[in-house]
Design a protein around this ligand. Structure first.
Ligand code: NAD
Ligand code: MG
Length: 302
């Protein structure tokens, strides 16, 4: 079931009613969670994203590309004309194969790289493999992330703190460092930060801290790479309905209320994020550097 109202992202429409105001049932999936098993299902653009040639011929590596926001980015990039390398965890093969099919149906090439981004060796192999498969690289999307809610700091283990930092920010450093020597002028790096960088939830101490770090890293690296013609930016999603939320990303009792407190009154769908990543990757944003683009249903941010 696809919650889309049937129109694409370019159709004039009311953002309040473009997607239903969902009330997800309490549910649980083991980390990292699958889109295949999410209730309700999400719109990642399968039937709703219309490409207009904005990334023609581009070669993109997208992490966390099997599901949620990353899947929506992969679909959009392919329909905009890019070939894509998809990184994800081995447990997510079913979701990744679904996105591979959509990319290939768009007439673009998809290359699959399962692995764990908290592993330094994989970060290097991923970039090397993607460059080889794509015949170069000119777009990197650092989108993978883990989010495990812990109510009390007393229960937040050192292992979780380390794992969250390794996956969410250390991997961005490692993958970016490995990718930069391959990136020609005109290339872009876009990373997924979060509204949590500005308004940390009390139960997401480790996660929110990594998202603030991603913002800061983005603005620093952007200055370093601008003279080389490589642009670095970030996207800060608000509450978006994805498998992250049901694999312990939120306290279970919070799931039915997810996203309802935004000014728009509903959770976002993954495909609503895709145009932001397309914009920051496409040449049309040539003077946009070190920016964080908020896609959060209207919550004020600094
Ligand atoms: P998602 O679960 O669909 O995607 C996250 C992906 O991260 C997973 O599919 C997985 O492939 C990848 N990942 C996690 N741990 C990994 C590891 N150790 N190695 C390799 N890959 C790993 O959820 P999503 O909500 O689409 O998340 C995408 C990004 O958006 C994340 O960075 C998340 O923090 C960010 N974000 C999401 C929301 C939201 O409300 N959903 C809000 C703000 C920011
Ligand atoms: Mg996934």
């Amino acid at each position: 079931m696809n919650p889309s109202t049937g129109s694409d992202q370019l159709t004039f429409q009311n953002p309040v009613t473009r997607f239903p105001d969902i009330t997800p049932p309490v549910q649980d999936q083991p980390e990292p969670g699958l889109d295949r098993d999410l209730v309700p299902q999400t719109d990642r653009g399968h039937d709703s994203y219309r490409g207009t040639g904005r990334l023609e011929g581009r070669k993109a590596l997208i992490t966390g590309a099997d599901s949620g926001i990353g899947a929506a980015i992969a679909i959009a990039f392919a329909r905009e004309g890019a070939d894509v390398a998809l990184a994800y965890l081995p447990e997510e093969e079913a979701d990744a194969q679904d996105i591979r099919r959509v990319v290939e149906d768009a007439g673009r090439r998809a290359f699959l790289f399962p692995g764990d981004l908290s592993d330094a060796a994989y970060c290097e192999e991923l970039v090397r493999g993607a460059v080889e498969a794509l015949g170069g690289l000119d777009a990197l999307v650092n989108n993978a992330g883990r989010q495990i809610a812990v109510e009390d700091i007393a229960d937040l283990s050192d292992e979780q703190w380390q794992e969250t930092f390794d996956t969410n920010i250390r991997a961005i450093f490692r993958v970016s460092q490995a990718a930069i020597p391959h990136l020609p002028p005109g290339s872009t790096i876009v990373s997924s930060t979060s509204i949590q960088a500005y308004q940390p939830s009390e139960h997401l101490l480790d996660y929110a801290a990594t998202k603030a770090a991603i913002n800061n890293f983005t603005k620093g690296l952007a200055q370093q790479l601008a003279p080389a013609g490589i642009r670095v930016n970030a996207v800060a999603p608000g509450p978006i309905w994805t498998p992250l939320q049901v694999s312990d990303g939120q306290p279970k009792e919070a799931l039915p209320h997810f996203g309802k407190s935004t000014p728009l009154g509903r959770a976002g769908q993954p495909t609503e994020l895709a145009p932001a990543y397309v914009f920051l990757t496409s040449a049309e944003s040539s003077y946009v550097i070190g920016e964080t683009l908020h896609v959060n249903g209207g919550t004020p941010t600094p």
